[in-house]
Structures are given as C-alpha cells and as structure tokens.
Design a protein around this ligand. Sequence first.
Ligand SMILES: Cc1cc2nc3c(=O)[nH]c(=O)nc-3n(C[C@H](O)[C@H](O)[C@H](O)COP(=O)(O)OP(=O)(O)OC[C@H]3O[C@@H](n4cnc5c(N)ncnc54)[C@H](O)[C@@H]3O)c2cc1C
Length: 310
Amino acid sequence: MHMPDEVDESDCCGNGCTNCILDNRPAPSQRALLAGKRNVIENYARFRLLSNEAMNGDAQVRILHFGHTLTEDADDDDDSILDIPPGHHIMLRAELAGHAVLRPYSPYWTDFVGKQFKIVVKLRAGGPMSDYLATLQPMQVLQFRGPIGNYAHDASRAKCIFIIAQGVAIAPTLPLVAEVLDNEDDMCCIRHLICAQDLQHVYFRDRLLDFAQYWNYNHCLYLAHQRCAFCADGCDESCEQLRKSLRYRETVHTGRLDANRLASHRPVSSSNAAAAAPIVIISGHSSFQQAMRETAASVLAVPDEHIFLL
Ligand SMILES: Cc1cc2nc3c(=O)[nH]c(=O)nc-3n(C[C@H](O)[C@H](O)[C@H](O)COP(=O)(O)OP(=O)(O)OC[C@H]3O[C@@H](n4cnc5c(N)ncnc54)[C@H](O)[C@@H]3O)c2cc1C
C-alpha cells in the first residue's frame, strides 16, 4: 500500500495534466485530521457505482455516482471519511486489455461522512476509458485515488474570483462557488463565465440560478454555436427563440468569450473585493485553459500566481 504522498512514474496518466500527480501528491486531509479520521481515498480505494444517468438527455454525458465499499473480508471502517476539496481531482485506475489505464476526473459533489461522490463524464469517441465507462453497470467496483490539486480558497481576503468554465468542466467549479456562498463571512465576489457550444450544452442551469440569488455571485453564458430553426447562420443576441429559452437572471452572449468580453467583467465598484488583485480559475480542456490564461493575464492584469488551472 502507498503512503498518501508516495507516488512514482506509474501513478501519472501520461496525458500532460496541468496538475500532474507527480507535482501535486495527494496530501493528508486537514479536515480528516481534525475529525481524527483517515481520508479513505489517499490510497487507491474501492468505490461502487450507485447510479449512472444521462445528463440533459445526452447519452454521451453521464452523471456517475459512486460510494465507498470495503473488500468482502474487511471489517467495518468507521475511522474514515472522504475528503476531496473543491478544485481537486481524483485518479481512476482500471485494468483495460491487460494494462493499467489512469484518467483524472473532477468530482462536483462529495459526501464527507457517507463517503460518496459524483462526477460528470463526457464520453470521448474511441477513448479507452470512455469505452470502458460506457459499458459500466450499477454495483460495479472501480478504484480511485486522490485528492490531487493545488487550489485552496482564502476566505480571509475579499477579492473578485473569476471562474471560467468550458462545457462539462463546469461541474468541478460548482463546489468552488458553493464554498464561497455558503460562508456568510466570505466577502469574495464571484463572476462565473460559462462557455458552451449552445444553450442545450449548458449544464447545471438550475444550480446556477440558485447561486444567482446571492449578492456576491453573477454568471454569464457564452454560446459559441447557438442556432435555432429560424437562424440559418446562427443566432445572435436579439434572436426571439433564444430569448424565450432563457430563464430569469440568465445573461447570455452568442459567440466566444474573448478579451473584450472578459474586460467588460472587470469590477468597477469601490468595494474591498474590487480593489484587491483578482483570482482566476479556469476549468476545461488544456488548450482552452492556456488560451484563457493568456487572455486573463493581459486584460485583467492578474499575476501568474493568481491564475489556477483545474
Ligand atoms: C485534471 C483533469 C480533470 C478531468 N476531469 C474530468 C471530468 O470530471 N469529466 C470528464 O469527462 N473528463 C475529465 N477529464 C478528462 C478525462 O481524464 C479523460 O481524458 C476523458 O474521460 C477521456 O478519456 P479516454 O481514455 O476515453 O480518452 P483519451 O484517450 O484520453 O482521449 C480521447 C480523445 O478525446 C480528447 N479529449 C480528452 N479530453 C478532452 C476534453 N476535456 N475536451 C476535448 N477533448 C478531449 C483527447 O484529446 C483525445 O483526442 C479530466 C482531465 C484532467 C486533466
């Protein structure tokens, strides 16, 4: 069995992740230490698939819900919890065609005491892990290890936090938002900028509307390829069909999030949050993360150490 901070080359998935496990070793959980318990996922642990549902009616996007399970001969394990802090991912290891395949996934919901978590997975055509997950049956057992990452929220300093998410990668940004909004002493303001191909591919809209009831949160949708039955070349913001599909408090722009649009979100008020250097968190494919990082660094004047790629 590995110690939590023991990793070697074979623990890396080889996909060039920004937060590679070799540089971000799973660390002992502070919350677990405080509770006098062990974080069950610090070493590869067994999790049973509890449910597998399509998201927004798209069979290629799955919500997978897992619960910790012991080996048949193990005793009850009351001395452990599951801690996956917001902004961290976990590694799935599966034996496929005779070799170990590793892929990172980012939970968007975790039950600390019940030792359960949920991930949203977009199945990629021809991808080995996607092919495996597509055939997964309820009650099947998989192995996960983590948490891996380097983001830690500092609630003591008011600031503006830009969270820029692409497609399904909105999922792991939800706990980051909740962490701020659930703490009424936290004076940080969140600008949640969501990039999707069209409205159908914006996930967790209900959750975003719940967040929008808080004074320190707003979100804006950027739809790169929105097209209704009447707009052959794609909808623009005046499209009646698009407007009718929006809900109260939803702000939408057609086209991509670019430098000018990002600049329009610069805080203008004289509050403490607006005066402090902002934080930028970017969740999405690595090419999206790199492009957004450069844009944010130039238009928001954010120092490099304030930009976090999930
Ligand atoms: C830190 C981190 C967290 C991640 N969290 C999640 C998650 O919560 N949910 C999830 O579905 N995936 C997540 N991924 C991606 C995931 O690890 C796998 O890459 C993905 O499931 C495909 O695995 P695969 O073996 O089926 O295909 P692969 O062989 O890995 O990839 C198949 C093809 O899909 C492309 N591809 C892979 N991922 C993406 C992407 N995000 N956007 C566009 N093209 C892509 C690859 O470039 C390749 O061409 C995460 C990746 C990282 C680095």
